[in-house]
Design a protein around this ligand. Structure first.
Ligand code: PEP
Ligand code: MG
Length: 577
């Protein structure tokens, strides 16, 4: 078997794809100081103007390809960039630098970019300050063309494998809308939000392949094996046949699982387990219903804030929540309030000027940011409350770490409810309010949280990150990210027990809940509600239907006994095979 090139990264999904490489141009290419002679001024200006035109044409064609029904205002985002390309502050000012200072086009554009960014940096308005991201986006495009790149060659993503240094969740969504076949990135772990998003969008992906952008060439054929974390370039016929067979086997397995789709997730001894879906966009409702989720356990609302130049208004949010509530036809929808942070930036709007922080994962993210910026938080609360008039909605708070913080949140919710009542706006006055247990402190203090909330949901993606001090975004330490670490399991158990003592529901909505390897242990530990990417629902339901609760409880006791006695358990795979 001969291969021209291959990469081993981190498996991100169970999917496989075959397609041509689309090498994504990112960032601004390095530019060095270059001056020209007077006789070259005209041709240098022409070169710059051609690059501007090529970039404008490219952006216009991308804009035309955006499907009309896309929920995110990507068009608005691109329009902003088109306006910048036309703006004299970039075009004429750069031309003056070429003319007056005899700078080469690239250098002139770089100097102009630096001047603009300095002006934006000095602005008081945090929103305007982030406009410098747009400047960089636009300048990056033009510099790419000046360096000889062909933007129009990069226009069509449909069926292609995007190879990039890194992708933001915002870019991931944008590419999904353009029909991308798979992603390969140099950075990121399987728990990075881009990986989660790719999984939930059903896009095969492998992350953490060092040097991927130099290993693979634009246009060559790639096999992306998201299950094994392997990428094969220029595959032989035998390899292609093997992977086509795998794609077919997966399709047949899904067909088989679908035959049981209407059966409840009951263990063989009659215990009902509730299977919920994690969704990112109202569009995910289709697969949620198709796979017969009992509800939505996590609606990650931050994706409504991405790929747009402005914050979504209360009415826009209401529309998205209402479309989800109505689409779900009576099954509960758990809406999580905004969880923006280092891992989920919007790609454009400011996190109210609070980024970057010294240590962003421990900084002003999620509920901390919302408490600091009520103008971000309250309109969202109002939209969620108003949506609750249309069907069963639960409100969930991310990243709680202390009770005082929770009390402050509840006060703001109560005040918002009062205001709506006074105006006669309908909403569910008993809307359940839940909290995510994602910080070890919250897990250890789960009793107090359980006394003050209507439900708990364990967010293992962050809980494991914070417990083990392993950055979920960092592929270098990914091997340390261990859901079976005794400390993690104790915190999970502690949270389940606290919720049970308080008599409130507890679920898990981290990726661990949708991983069949852990399903039986989690049920043995006492969880009766699991929330996962919709595509994992069928497999999990099947597994539960083949399991006996009493047997799982027995195996869980054996497993924990071994953990207590030896500090680790070697027998997980034999016990829960
Ligand atoms: C989690 O942390 O487990 C979780 C579900 O939230 P997110 O992945 O969106 O941070
Ligand atoms: Mg989280």
């Amino acid at each position: 078997m001969t291969l021209s090139c291959q990469g081993i990264g981190i498996n991100t999904s169970r999917e496989v794809a075959i397609g041509e490489v689309y090498l994504l141009q990112q960032g601004i290419p390095e530019v060095t100081h270059r001056e020209i002679t007077k006789d070259l001024v005209a041709s240098e200006i022409a070169r710059f103007e051609n690059a501007l035109h090529a970039t404008t044409n490219h952006l216009r064609s991308v804009r035309e390809q955006i499907p009309a029904n896309t929920a995110l205002d990507i068009s608005e985002f691109i329009d902003t960039h088109l306006l910048m390309l036309e703006d004299n502050a970039i075009s004429q000012a750069t031309i003056s630098l070429i003319k007056d200072n005899l700078y080469g086009a690239e250098w002139a554009l770089k100097v102009r970019r630096d001047e603009l960014v300095r002006v934006f940096d000095e602005m008081d308005d945090p929103y305007l300050r982030t406009r410098k991201d747009d400047v960089d986006h636009v300048v990056g495009h033009v510099q790419f063309v000046l360096a000889g790149g062909q933007p129009e060659q990069q226009g069509d993503l449909s069926g292609r494998v995007v190879v990039a240094r890194d992708l933001t969740p915002a870019e991931t969504i944008m590419m999904k809308n353009q029909g991308v076949a798979a992603f390969v990135t140099e950075f990121g772990g399987p728990l990075s939000h881009t990986a989660i998003l790719a999984r939930s969008l059903g896009i095969p992906a492998v992350v953490g392949i060092h040097q991927a952008t130099s290993l693979f060439r634009h246009g060559e054929q790639l096999v992306v094996d998201g299950a094994q974390g392997v990428v094969l370039a220029d595959p032989t016929d035998r390899i292609l046949a093997h992977y086509r067979q795998r794609i077919e086997t997966k399709r047949l397995r899904e067909e088989e699982l679908r035959r049981h789709v209407d059966l409840p997730a009951l263990t063989t001894d009659g215990e009902r387990i509730f299977l919920h879906a994690n969704i990112e966009l109202p569009e995910d409702i289709g697969i949620t219903l198709n796979n017969r989720a009992d509800g939505v356990g996590l609606f990650r609302t931050e994706f409504l804030y991405m790929n747009r130049p402005t914050l979504p208004t209360e009415e826009e949010q209401l529309e998205a929540y209402l479309s989800a509530v109505r689409g779900l036809g009576g099954i509960p929808l758990t809406i999580r309030t905004l969880d923006l942070g280092v891992d989920k930036t919007t790609g454009n709007i400011s996190e109210s000027g609070c980024m970057p922080a010294i240590n962003p994962a421990l900084g002003l993210r999620a509920i901390r940011l919302c408490l600091k910026e009520p103008e971000l938080f309250v309109p969202q609360l109002r939209a969620i409350l108003r949506a609750s008039a249309a069907g069963p909605v639960r409100l969930m708070i991310p990243m709680l770490s202390g009770i005082q913080e929770l009390k402050q949140v509840i006060q703001i919710i109560d005040r918002t409810k009062d205001e709506l009542s006074k105006k006669g706006v309908p909403f569910d006055t008993d809307i359940p309010i839940g909290g995510m247990i994602e910080v070890p402190a919250a897990a250890l203090a789960a009793d107090s949280f359980a006394r003050n909330l209507d439900f708990l949901s364990i967010g293992t993606n962050d809980l494991i990150q914070y417990t083990l001090a392993v950055d979920r975004m960092d592929e270098e330490v990914n091997f340390l990210f261990d859901p079976l670490h005794p400390a993690v399991l104790r915190l999970i158990q502690h949270t389940i027990d606290a919720a049970n003592r308080a008599g409130i529901p507890v679920s898990m909505c981290g990726e661990m809940a949708g991983e069949p390897r852990y399903t039986q242990l989690l049920i043995g530990m006492g969880l009766r509600e699991l929330s996962m990417q919709p595509s994992a629902l069928l497999e999990t339901r099947e597994l539960i239907r083949q399991s006996s609760l009493s047997e799982l409880q027995q195996r869980t006791r054996t497993f924990f006994k071994e953990l207590e006695e030896k500090g680790e358990s070697q027998s997980f795979d034999t016990l829960f095979d």
